[in-house]
Design a protein around this ligand. Structure first.
Ligand code: ATP
Length: 208
């Protein structure tokens, strides 16, 4: 079973890496795929180039068993829609169960995503939830949840798509925005990002 963690990763930080590791272990995933997007549909362009974001991801995950980078969105022109990515993974991976990992806030607004109803036909959805922040899904998303919710990660292994699991994770209060702001203010982002990523940011004079 493959976990899919899509994002801008501008830059990748310990918040991303920690939830990926917890889900890899807790859900008995074979791998977590980090999929950097080229043109994010919900926001402006990334500050770092695709090449730089990929280089930071490579440094961040080096040596971690089960962490894999997938650059298919960087190779695809136009906006990076998750539904296209899942379709392409499904076409190449056959019946391997896929788990699209999303934060609770993203899940609650899933109905703003391109062809959103199709996502659940292509993958399970794993909602990474902070135990202290209850969610409030939009009415359309709440309707999608009906009959699809599972509580046991093992239930995901039996089917290739179609279930929704909400799973508590340690959400560190780190965002890429915070990391960029810290650097722009001339302060050190050490311990927010891996040291190898910070070295690369300095070498490339990023986010100043
Ligand atoms: P930005 O601040 O630039 O918007 P970000 O830190 O939210 O970026 P993204 O690359 O956009 O990072 O996020 C990719 C995925 O990782 C999203 O699903 C997001 O919800 C999740 N994520 C980001 N930061 C954390 C965190 N601290 N803990 C858990 N999940 C996170």
């Amino acid at each position: 079973m493959i976990g899919i963690l899509g994002g801008t990763f501008d830059p990748v930080h310990h918040g991303h890496l920690r939830i990926a590791l917890e889900l890899l272990q807790d859900l008995s995933l074979d791998e977590v795929r980090f999929i950097p997007c080229r043109n994010p549909p919900h926001r402006g362009e990334a500050v770092a180039s695709p090449r730089q974001r990929l280089a930071m991801l490579e440094r961040a995950i080096a040596g971690q068993r089960g962490f894999v980078i997938d650059d298919r969105e960087l190779a695809r022109p136009g906006l990076s829609y998750m539904v296209d990515t899942l379709e392409s993974l499904r076409n190449s991976g056959g019946g391997t169960p896929l788990c699209m990992i999303v934060g609770r806030d993203a899940f609650d607004r899933l109905d703003t995503w391109h062809r959103w109803r199709h996502l659940i036909e292509l993958a399970h959805i794993v909602v990474a939830e902070r135990p202290d922040v209850p969610g409030q899904p939009s009415p359309a998303v709440a309707e999608l949840l009906e009959g699809r919710r599972v509580d046991d990660p093992m239930a995901l292994h039996g089917r290739d798509a179609g279930s929704v699991l909400t799973w508590p994770v340690t959400r560190l209060s780190i965002s890429a925005t915070l990391v960029r702001e810290v650097i722009a203010a001339g302060r050190s982002p050490r311990y927010l990002v891996p040291d190898t990523v910070w070295s690369y940011i300095q070498k490339e004079s990023l986010y100043r």
